[in-house]
Design a protein around this ligand. Structure first.
Ligand code: NDP
Ligand code: MG
Length: 383
């Protein structure tokens, strides 16, 4: 059970819900980090009184330092300070809720210090999952998934000591806001359309990833890394109701699932209290009133990002880092209204075709592949 936590990305959707959970569980919040949302960071710092607040944007750090001058809260600036927050002495659990591959280095730093990592930041596992899992194996750090599907699987495999008993994982997928549309209709969708998710209220990047189904592709890779399974043993099922959060099929044919209302506080709370469960005041799912549960094959023709992620997963090496970085850049351009919805796929696919795959990459290879993929997207976008 966690007692003292650091939250990387406390001003985001997961970060804010983690603070709610921390308050309910009476946890000490030792460090929080944000990028540039100074007002919210100040409000959180005044309420939770962490020892350290990191603003990765230096100008925001300067501003916050002035605002918090009347307190004893320390303010650090810059991306490298994320690792300071992740390795703070006395902290037992680090919640990684920043968005993007910027989470990689602080996650590795926390693992080296044998902190429990409550991992929401899936991009880290996508680009460097094998390194992250190997580092955790070496240090003995626990990695507890916060992503709802992976938390569901984690809950279902409790008591399963032989991973060979898992036949396959079934990741459920809401289908996103454009479910059931044709490729032509989807191609015309705008930023505003993509930001409307039917079941979850999340940050902008993951919301766009849900609309392209890239999110599910990233989650397939995340699941492969967390449970050390090949692509052939991870299946995706469209489940519009977002009630069954994912399933595990065991070798005797038993299927175990975790069900609940769509509420990220549950997986966050479980990552904090694991291996125990804490009382929650949240309204539970009423099975007798819930809609019929349906499952269907995803449409990879209309949503080719899912297939693209599966191609990267099958290739392995630096292919997943390239996929992730190119997608991050393309989504940023889409959120800035500079490219269309379909360009997210086109730019990511092109970066994957252009860049070589390096087998068994070390951290420098991954960082290089990440940088090259971003450059490739920017070059192809401006041409
Ligand atoms: P948000 O966009 O809501 O929050 C992102 C957080 O990261 C904010 O605190 C933000 O600070 C900070 N941040 C943004 N850019 C940078 C940067 N360049 N360097 C350092 N920090 C930065 O994202 P979400 O909470 O939705 O998602 C966070 C992670 O959790 C993602 O990896 C996502 O895939 C994963 N996840 C999210 C779920 C959800 O329900 N939201 C569900 C499952 C997984 P600031 O506010 O100052 O910009
Ligand atoms: Mg998820």
């Amino acid at each position: 059970m966690s007692k003292t936590i650091s939250i990387l990305g406390s001003t985001g959707s997961i970060g804010r819900q983690t603070l709610e959970v921390a308050e309910q569980l009476g946890l000490t919040v030792a460090a929080i980090t944000a990028h540039n949302r100074v007002e919210l960071a100040e409000e959180q710092a005044r309420k939770f009184r962490p020892r350290l607040v990191v603003m990765t944007d230096e100008a925001a750090a300067k501003d916050l330092r002035t605002r918090l001058a009347d307190t004893d809260v320390k303010v650090h600036g810059g991306v490298s300070a994320l690792s300071t927050a992740a390795t703070l002495p006395g902290v037992d659990t680090v919640v990684t809720a920043v968005v993007g591959m910027v989470g990689l280095k602080p996650t590795l730093a926390a693992i080296r210090e044998r902190k429990r990592v409550a991992l929401a930041n899936k991009e880290t596992l996508v680009c460097a999952g094998e390194l992250v899992m190997a580092a955790a194996e070496r240090s003995g750090a626990e990695i507890i998934p916060v992503d709802s599907e992976h938390s569901a699987i984690f809950q279902c495999v409790q008591g399963c000591s032989d991973r060979g008993e898992i036949r396959r994982l079934i990741l459920t997928c809401s289908g996103g806001p454009f479910y059931g549309m044709t490729a032509e209709e989807v191609g015309r969708k705008t930023r505003a359309d993509a930001l409307k998710h039917p079941n979850w209220n999340m940050g902008p990047k993951i919301t766009v990833d849900c609309a392209t189904l890239m999110n599910k592709g990233l989650e397939v890779i995340e699941a492969m890394r967390l449970y050390q399974l090949p692509l052939t043993r991870v299946r995706v099922a469209i489940h519009r109701q977002s009630i069954v959060h994912s399933l595990v099929e065991f070798r005797d044919g038993a299927l175990l699932a975790q069900l609940g209302t769509p509420d990220m506080c549950l997986p966050i709370r479980y990552a904090m209290t694991y291996p125990r469960r804490a009382e929650s005041a949240a309204e539970p799912l009423d099975l007798l009133r819930c809609p019929p549960l349906t499952f269907a094959e995803p449409d990879r023709g209309t949503f080719p990002c899912l297939r693209l992620a599966e191609v990267a997963a099958a290739k392995g090496g630096t292919a997943c880092a390239v996929l992730n970085a190119a997608n991050e850049e393309a989504v940023r351009l889409f959120l800035e209204d500079r490219i269309g919805f379909r360009d997210i796929f086109d730019l990511t696919a092109r970066a994957m075709t252009e860049l070589p795959v390096i087998r068994e990459p070390g951290l420098p290879d991954i960082l290089e592949a990440d940088a090259e993929a971003r450059q490739a997207v920017l070059k192809n976008f401006s041409n």
